[in-house]
Design a protein around this ligand. Structure first.
Ligand SMILES: Nc1ncnc2c1ncn2[C@@H]1O[C@H](COP(=O)(O)OP(=O)(O)OP(=O)(O)O)[C@@H](O)[C@H]1O
Length: 637
């Protein structure tokens, strides 16, 4: 498959994720560098805080030997002997002071670490999230057609959180391990190199055990992540389609689907846990064994002199240092599994985030794009051909012109390609062949923003945003005044019904506008387009979902909207478009008839048949029509 084919296929998001290498490094280079100062402060503070915890056992060891048992001189690593007191009382209080100072330092540095690492992680994530969202909005419609909403949402939500957890907890826990293992090793070697070798034998064993765990758990984690994705999709589909579930009485069926995906999640979690149940106790057993071995060997050494091949002395103080520090090894090393877990999750999430950044955008401004300004509104379609990514040819040789101010209607059987013709005008997709021009300029050569503000689009299923009615109308032009919003609503025949609502223009419309009727939603959408004041208007079944009375009302507002604007109107109900300047009859991606209402009726073709049926003059369409519709239906399926 060539790159461009891959970039056009339905699973383009998946393909892009697979191609990503070193996602964390890549994200760090782009988003972490500007905040690297915070990271350095955080890591140094973490290193300092964990190193400070080593002071207490060290000081305790030397104090026991020098002050309590008197077996050796009072010495502290890195501190010149001349600076140390020679009297036991002075030594005792110095030790107490050092322990207090190290506790205080640990507390302050831990605070600093928390602040610096949080700021680093939050700032980086803020940039990634906003950039990803910005990118997402520019992606082609075909990306949204082929990617589950749940999957996209989880990139901005779960994946960003996974990254944040790793950047914050994962990195600071890693420095903890680094500081503790290096620090403890140094202190133990300094205290007694021979015993240190016995104690620290545990470290390579712990690392090897963790490496094994990482290798075997990763495929299970991959399965877990994928089934959690399925679970999210199921929940998302079930909730967004709740009306269908209730009316179709399919709650049981949905429950069964939910049970199946939940079971998959359960089984995947158990598979991961089975390994975690071996790993965590295994880690404890290994560190426990190291402690016990140190205790036995060190104890014998203190009581009866050096055992086995060892030589030299081990004081009680040294023994205490070993026991205390070996215990301190356990906690950070047992975090290794969490770090691995956070890292794996962050890597997988980083791949998805980078994959999203890599999805190619085909519909974009060309480098020499010109701004579509002072639009007259003449539209030319010239031999336009189109197929959706991975699909069959949907439009084949579409040719027509809409003169400035004209209304061109597109009619024809379902699936004929009418909406596709309209979508190509605002470049929701780009043509595969031929050209679309506005005022003689190829739409692919003009600035996208100017193109889309020149065309007002009212789609089949009008979608409103959660917010007030006023906010939804203002979406057409954000700097519109209250008066302009009301004027637009009046022109759309919406003002009266809005005024009758208890909160008027401040009424909340609910998610997707569910609290309004279909006709009310449609009129709000029309008010929005009237406020936008475009030179060209596309009406895709603008009156499809309303009753005849509302249709009459909407028709009035439509007449206001389309007067003096070039209009492309798509309609099944032919009565709504019979006055159009041109009517194009589409069938199977081609224009099969064209003319005015009157001329098409005289032609006695598909349009005349459709009109006859709708006007009740003909009882049924000819068999030939059904055969063709069935054929088109089968090929579209
Ligand atoms: N996003 C899409 N991805 C893939 N195929 C699509 C997409 N949208 C539409 N199609 C296919 O393109 C063909 C034309 O669809 P289109 O929506 O343009 O038809 P239409 O004439 O507007 O139909 P209707 O009157 O039912 O709205 C259909 O076969 C449809 O299955």
């Amino acid at each position: 498959m060539s790159t461009s084919d891959e970039d056009r296929n339905e699973r383009v998001f998946e393909t892009c994720q697979k191609r990503v290498t070193s996602p964390l490094l890549r994200l760090f280079r782009k988003y972490g560098r500007p905040e690297a100062g915070w990271l350095v402060v955080g890591l140094l503070a973490s290193l300092g805080a964990h190193s400070a915890t080593l002071v207490t056992p060290l000081v305790l060891g030397t104090t026991i030997d020098a002050v309590f048992t008197g077996t050796s001189a009072y010495r502290l690593p890195l501190v010149p002997v001349a600076w140390l007191p020679s009297e036991p009382t002075g030594q005792f209080w110095l030790s107490a002071g050092l322990v207090a100072a190290s506790l205080l330092m640990t507390a302050v540095l831990t605070w600093l670490r928390g602040v610096a690492m949080n700021v680093f992680a939050y700032k980086m994530l803020y940039e990634i999230r906003t950039d990803a969202y910005e990118r997402l909005q520019r992606l082609d419609m075909s990306f949204f057609d082929n990617t589950q909403t749940g999957e996209i949402m989880s990139v901005l939500d779960n994946d960003a959180s996974n990254l944040e957890t790793f950047l914050d907890n994962g990195l600071s826990q890693s420095t903890r391990i680094f500081a503790v293992v290096i620090g403890i090793s140094a202190v133990l070697f300094h205290t007694n190199a021979q015993l240190a070798m016995i104690t620290l034998l545990a470290v390579p064993l712990l690392l090897a055990f963790t490496w094994w765990f990482m290798r075997v758990v990763e495929p299970r984690y991959a399965t877990l992540r994928s089934v959690i994705g399925n679970l999210n999709t199921q929940i998302e589909n079930g909730i967004s389609g709740i009306q269908l579930v209730k009316t179709a009485n399919t709650e049981l069926h949905e429950n069964e689907k939910m049970q199946a995906v939940s079971r998959d999640v359960f089984e995947a979690r158990v598979a991961v846990s089975k390994l975690a149940f071996i790993y965590r106790p295994g880690m404890k057993l290994l560190t426990g064994t190291a402690l016990l071995t140190t205790f036995i060997v060190g104890g014998i050494w203190v009581f009866a002199g050096p055992p086995f091949v060892f030589s030299g002395e081990l004081s009680v103080g040294d023994f205490v240092v070993f026991v205390l520090l070996t215990q301190q090894l356990t906690a950070p090393l047992s975090q290794l599994s969490n770090i691995v877990d956070w890292y794996e999750n962050a890597r997988a999430s980083g791949k998805r985030i980078c994959g999203l950044f890599d999805v190619p955008i085909r519909v974009r401004d060309s480098p020499d794009a010109t701004v579509l300004d002072a639009v007259d509104g003449r539209i030319d379609y010239e031999d336009v051909r189109f197929a959706y990514p991975g699909g069959e040819q949907v439009l084949d040789g579409i040719d027509f012109t809409a003169e400035t101010g004209e209304t061109v209607a597109l009619v024809g059987p379902t699936g004929a390609g009418k909406s596709t013709v309209a979508k190509l005008l605002v470049r929701l997709h780009d043509v595969n062949g031929g050209t679309i021009r506005i005022d003689g300029q190829d739409v692919e050569g003009v600035d996208l923003a100017s193109l889309r503000s020149a065309v007002g689009y009212v789609s089949q299923g009008t979608v409103l945003f959660d917010g007030t009615i006023a906010e939804n109308i203002q979406y057409g032009r954000f700097d519109a005044t209250d008066r302009e919003i009301r004027d637009a609503a009046r022109a759309a025949q919406a003002h009266e019904f809005v005024e009758r609502l208890s909160a008027g223009y401040e009424t909340q419309v609910g998610e997707r506008g569910v609290k309004l009727s279909g006709g009310q939603r449609q009129r709000i959408a029309l008010a929005r387009v009237i406020l936008q004041d475009p030179a060209i208007v596309v009406l895709d079944e603008a009156t499809a979902r309303v009753d005849t009375e509302t249709e009459a009302l909407i028709q009035k507002s439509l007449d206001r909207l389309t007067a003096n604007r070039t209009t492309i109107a798509i309609a099944h109900r032919l009565s709504t478009i019979k006055d159009a300047d041109k009517i194009l009859v589409l069938d199977d991606g081609q224009i099969v008839e064209r003319g005015t209402h009157q001329s098409l009726l005289t032609e006695d073709g598909l349009y005349a048949n459709l009109w006859g049926v709708q006007a009740g003059e003909i009882e049924a369409l000819p068999d030939e029509f059904f055969e063709r519709a069935a054929e088109s239906w089968i090929t579209h399926e």
